[in-house]
Write a protein that binds this ligand. Structure first.
Ligand SMILES: *Cc1c(COP(=O)(O)O)cnc(C)c1O
Length: 342
């Protein structure tokens, strides 16, 4: 049976983004593949990036780690949420390394595996996950593979960036680890002083543009397509969609397509989003419904029922139109899409 929605991802684009990021400095480049590879497929991203030479992968949970196929011992897979009270069995069986975030996680690790290398997260000002710098004494005796911290505002020019970088450099001088790592995608673009030994991009690999410096340099990875369910005429003065928010000024032709907010095509695209057919932009008119979107297709006279329509999913533009972040747009793409890597 054919799926009515297509999400097509380009291997060459993912690989090109990896190579571009690798060229921005001297640090090793890892990859965040959490949330099923930002919604595009963690296993595919893992396979493609490993073939590009990526050796460090990050998932959020042991559950995510357990869904990856075999991980060779050349590759390090880290679990960002660390070692919770319910993770001991997983940690004993899954070939991944916890990123220890709390004093409790450090204690737990010391009890079960203090001879195995671990990663550690230091909080340098985000106050999300990680040990406070004054808690580092408890790391004595651990073999730390990578010491991490994470930037709160790397996508902005914010004074916290430099403060976090300095604090991390200070902690790095006090904690012995094989490698040190601070930057996500946006952090990489803040320049080499932010790179340390390893960077951890996610968004930019998948075609997101984390800062203006990357405009035009990141290759889009994901393309989404839906099918026309009905083509109809809307007469001047008539309305369309829920709440009748759109009023036709003239007679227009409309194409109703089979995608909606249940698929992650959010209501913010109402009267703002666009589709692309034969290089013509077809505006979304009226409200996005759960499963349907109405387009003005007056410019494409031969568009008919069953035809495929590409939605404009340029991430920075779609984020501006919908009021969602690029991260939400990617990770929100629903289960009704048939995901294909070409
Ligand atoms: C998700 C995540 C990343 C990747 O961030 P992007 O902004 O997608 O590049 C890096 N580090 C940590 C700790 C993360 O949680």
């Amino acid at each position: 049976m054919h799926a009515p929605l297509r999400l097509t991802c380009r291997r060459a684009a993912l690989a090109a983004n990896y190579r571009w990021l690798s060229g921005l400095g001297h640090a090793a480049v890892g990859a965040a593949i959490k949330a099923d590879g930002y919604g595009l497929g963690a296993q595919a991203a893992f396979d493609i990036l490993a073939a590009e030479g990526c050796r460090d992968f990050f998932v959020s949970t042991w559950f995510e780690a357990s869904h990856l196929g075999p991980v060779s011992d050349q590759i390090s897979l880290s679990v960002l949420h660390g070692l919770g009270p319910n993770d001991l069995t997983s940690a004993a069986h899954i070939p991944a390394t916890p990123v220890l975030n709390t004093p409790g996680q450090v204690e737990r690790w010391k009890q079960i595996a203090s001879d195995r290398p671990c990663d550690v997260m230091i909080d340098t000002g985000m106050n999300r996950l990680g040990l406070r710098p004054e808690q580092i004494a408890m790391l004595d005796g651990l073999t730390i593979h990578t010491l991490h911290s994470h930037l709160a505002c790397a996508d902005e020019d914010h004074p916290l960036n430099e403060r976090q970088r300095r604090m991390f450099a200070e902690v790095a001088g006090l904690v012995n680890a094989e490698r040190y790592s601070l930057a996500n995608s946006a952090g990489i673009l803040l320049g080499e002083p932010y790179h340390f030994d390893l960077v951890r991009p996610g968004l930019a690999l998948y075609g997101g543009v984390p800062r203006a410096e990357a405009d035009g340099l990141v290759v889009p990875v994901a393309q989404i397509e839906a099918q026309v369910v009905q083509r109809r005429q809307i007469r001047a003065g008539e309305r369309c969609g829920y709440s009748a928010t759109f009023v036709a000024k003239d007679d227009i032709e409309a194409a109703v397509i089979n995608v909606g907010y249940a698929d992650g095509y959010w209501r913010g695209f109402s009267s703002r989003g666009r589709a692309v057919v034969d290089e013509k932009m077809l505006p979304v008119i009226g409200r996005v419904s759960m499963d349907l979107v109405i387009l003005d297709c007056s410019d494409v006279p031969d568009l008919q029922e069953g035809d495929w329509v590409e939605l404009d999913f340029d991430l920075p533009r779609a984020a501006a139109q919908s009021g969602m972040s690029q991260y939400e747009l990617l990770t929100g793409l629903g289960s009704r899409f048939e995901r294909r890597w070409v």
